[in-house]
Ligand binder design. Structure first.
Ligand code: PDD
Length: 275
């Protein structure tokens, strides 16, 4: 693996972050996670465009997308990375602790590239979700590092033997702590609308387009617990986990408790797309 901090490639374990840093002290920062397949960053531009939206939404000067693209490729090249994950983070900068924006601080830009074997396994029994009230703020479309509610929900789910937490707000299903959610009912692939209350996952968008390109009906629509009770199939998506089938939510067994045919088709389409 290799890391980058403000202009230099460094070792991941090298200490470079000033202690008085707004990302650390306030979560005043935004980030992206990108997968590399066959030496190429998958949907890189989409991720960088979303980083731009996140930055602008927290009044952070926009990053230069072309420079970031160049940086991402440099790291891949340095490691001769075939498969792996890239983490990018921009913080408002280092400054003496004070809530208001510092006048003279410079953004800190950091990145980490991690090589892996490229085998993202799909649990063939499907996973369980546990539902929780969504305790996050109202701007979850911003990919910010203020992730405490996400982290707590994920840990609580894990302690109940579940793979992910399903976050519910105003009786609506929103997403998981770090993944988007899909429900298939009567052949229609449904997912909650990408308003301000969820992160508009790049994998989510890819799944919607692959599904419709291949003749499946898709719908971005409000979903509730009742939709879970009658769901034929449920699956969850993210860059790092790809598509994961869900066979239980709380006490409900989904469909017949086995992997669904729509999941298997869309999963195959996704695997074909990344290579
Ligand atoms: N998480 N929803 C939330 C809250 C997320 O944090 C993520 C991604 C997603 C899926 O988005 P995408 O398909 O663009 O990865 C949905 C990343 C992977 C993370 O925090 O590690």
């Amino acid at each position: 693996s290799v890391a980058y901090f403000n202009g230099d490639f460094i070792k991941v374990d090298d200490a470079v972050m000033p202690l008085e840093e707004r990302g650390l002290q306030f979560g005043d920062s935004v980030y992206e996670v990108i997968r590399v397949y066959n030496g190429k960053p998958y949907t890189l531009i989409e991720h960088l465009q979303r980083l731009l939206i996140s930055s602008e939404s927290i009044m952070l000067a926009s990053p230069n997308v072309m420079e970031l693209e160049e940086l991402v490729l440099q790291g891949i090249d340095k490691l001769q990375m075939q498969s792996g994950t890239i983490y990018l983070q921009i913080t408002r900068g280092s400054a003496s602790r004070n809530h208001e924006f510092p006048i003279d601080a410079h953004q800190n830009l950091m990145a980490i590239w991690k090589v892996d074997e490229g085998v993202i396994s799909t649990p063939d029994q499907g996973v369980k979700l546990k539902s929780f009230p969504d305790e996050r703020w109202k701007k979850c479309f911003i990919k910010s590092t203020c992730l405490l509610p996400n982290v707590l929900a994920k840990e609580k789910a894990k302690r109940k033997g579940c793979y992910e937490a399903l976050l519910i707000r105003d009786a609506e299903i929103k997403e998981c702590s770090a993944m988007n959610v899909f429900i298939v009912k009567d052949g229609v692939v449904k997912t909650p609308p990408a308003d301000q209350s969820i992160l508009n996952g790049i994998t989510r968008q890819k799944v919607l387009s692959l599904a419709s390109q291949n003749g499946l009906l898709t719908s971005e629509t409000v979903l509730t617990i009742e939709d879970i009770e009658v769901a034929d199939e449920i699956f969850i998506t993210s860059t790092t986990k790809e598509l994961i089938p869900v066979t239980q939510v709380d006490n409900f067994i989904i469909g017949n408790g086995k992997l669904g045919e729509n999941f298997s088709l869309i999963h195959r389409l996704y695997k074909e797309d990344v290579i």
